[in-house]
Design a protein around this ligand. Structure first.
Ligand code: DX5
Ligand code: ZN
Length: 226
């Protein structure tokens, strides 16, 4: 089953509680939390305090995407009863394996994100320890950018690596996904789809989520089919 993780980066920050309730009602699966530090990426978004203000506003798990340098120093801040994944960037980790183990020791699933120019081979020796790989299909830092087509080929290659080395691995994609291109990436092997501006960029947020779910062929988290 394909899961949808709307990114609250593109939501109205003055009404975040309503936004997560709306995507939950419509059947989304996760809340994608984009944390930007102004160093690793050229933009600042929000930190753990904002994420924690959403505790209990929905039952959806947090999918934390840390776009920051030295993520190890801040991992604990993002661990809550609703946190399912914490994803760090390969490019920001000098000791990636140590960081993966650190995330797991906190009782949450460990994700590793790759920028568009970073090859999959950088994960060759740790892919067996990772719960999720996040393929960036834009250069991180901003919502509303255009999808970079080479990401699809990268997903196809990652799917092969997954089959050989870690069948449990989850493949996520992030950046420039809309209802026109989502099938291309899910057909290539994506299992979690992040969508920011195409969910929150127009008024009918619930309708946008439902349109995505219809395209990916499932009825959302209310669906009991496996
Ligand atoms: C980009 C972020 C994305 C972004 C996605 O730096 O990691 O999660 O918010 O937004 P869209 O879907 O608008 O590209
Ligand atoms: Zn993201």
């Amino acid at each position: 089953m394909i899961q949808l993780a709307p990114s609250i980066l593109s939501a109205d920050f003055s009404r975040l509680g309503d936004s997560v309730a709306a995507i939950e009602r419509a059947g989304a699966h996760l809340i994608h939390v984009d944390v930007m530090d102004g160093h690793f990426v050229p933009n600042i978004s929000f930190g753990a305090a904002v994420m924690k203000s959403l505790l209990g506003k929905s039952g959806l798990p947090f999918d934390v995407h840390l776009m920051r340098e030295e993520p190890d120093r801040y991992l604990e801040d993002f661990v809550t009863e609703q946190t399912e994944y914490i994803t760090v960037h390969q490019e920001a980790c000098v000791h990636l394996n140590r960081t993966i183990q650190h995330i797991k020791s906190l009782g949450v699933k460990a994700g590793v994100a790759l920028n568009p120019a970073t090859p999959l081979s950088t994960l060759e020796y740790c892919i067996g320890d990772i719960d999720m790989v996040l393929i960036m299909s834009v250069n991180p830092g901003f919502g509303g950018q255009k999808f970079i087509p080479s990401a699809t080929e990268k997903v196809e290659k990652l799917r092969k690596m997954k089959e050989e080395k870690n069948p449990e691995l989850v493949i996520e994609i992030d950046g420039g996904i809309n209802t026109d291109n989502v099938r291309t990436v899910t057909d290539a092997g994506v299992e979690i789809v992040v969508a920011g501006s195409s969910v929150f960029g127009s008024d009918d947020v619930e309708g946008n989520v439902k349109e995505f779910l219809a395209k990916t062929g499932n009825a959302g988290r209310h669906d009991t089919r496996k």
